[in-house]
Design a binder for this molecule. Structure first.
Ligand SMILES: *[C@@H]1O[C@H](CO)[C@@H](O)[C@H](O)[C@H]1NC(C)=O
Length: 189
């Protein structure tokens, strides 16, 4: 078939198809991480305390959803809490703030107190100011150490992944306020 077409017809078709490709909008293309300014991937360790204040004059966690199941049995199942909890260098309430945990935790187990954690650590400290890490994990609060995946990040944490280890530091059983120690390991550029 091609052999029967004159050369100038083939040439015209070739030019035409090139123009069509050039004019179409480009949906995807391959890039190197270098071309986006990323250097070597590294691992960083962060250590801080998470202050979950559910009652008192200045709560940073508010229960926004209660269900008929929320208090029966005592797993709070279905309860949803929105938080803006300070993250500090030390466990004391007036310790230096390095960021905040902003997001939601939802009681997601029928058999124990375990939360689905969906939140961002929004950092304010030094070069990390404005960078965030996104957490999506399961938090059975009576386990000694809970591991939650870091599923992404922004700013200095673009392409981040890793894990957070949570260990309860103290709980006030009357107020429900808790301080949790976090060790976070992150792969990022
Ligand atoms: C973090 O950045 C914001 C906005 O750029 C700035 O207003 C703030 O002072 C910075 N905080 C710290 C602790 O450096």
């Amino acid at each position: 078939m091609a052999q029967t077409l004159p050369k100038y017809v083939l040439f015209t078709l070739f030019i035409f198809s090139t123009l069509l490709v050039a004019q179409s909008h480009q949906f995807s293309r391959k890039l190197s991480t270098k071309s986006l300014g990323f250097k070597k991937e590294k691992v960083s360790h962060f250590h801080f305390y998470f202050h979950d204040t559910v009652s008192g004059d200045h709560p940073s966690a508010v229960r926004v959803v209660d269900t008929t199941l929320t208090n029966t049995p005592e797993t709070f199942f279905g309860g949803i809490t929105v938080i803006d909890d300070p993250l500090t260098v030390g466990p004391e309430p007036n310790s230096k703030i390095v960021g905040r945990a902003q997001g939601i935790y939802a009681a997601a187990s029928l058999s124990e107190i375990s939360f689905l954690m969906t939140l961002n650590y929004v950092f304010v400290e030094g070069k990390y100011n404005g960078s965030t890490l996104s957490i999506l994990g399961s938090n059975p609060v009576f386990s000694k150490v809970r591991e939650m995946p870091i599923v992404g990040g922004s700013g200095l944490f673009r392409f981040a992944r890793g894990y957070a280890l949570a260990k309860t530091h103290s709980v006030d059983t009357t107020s429900g306020n808790a301080v949790v120690e976090y060790n976070v390991y992150v792969l990022h550029y």
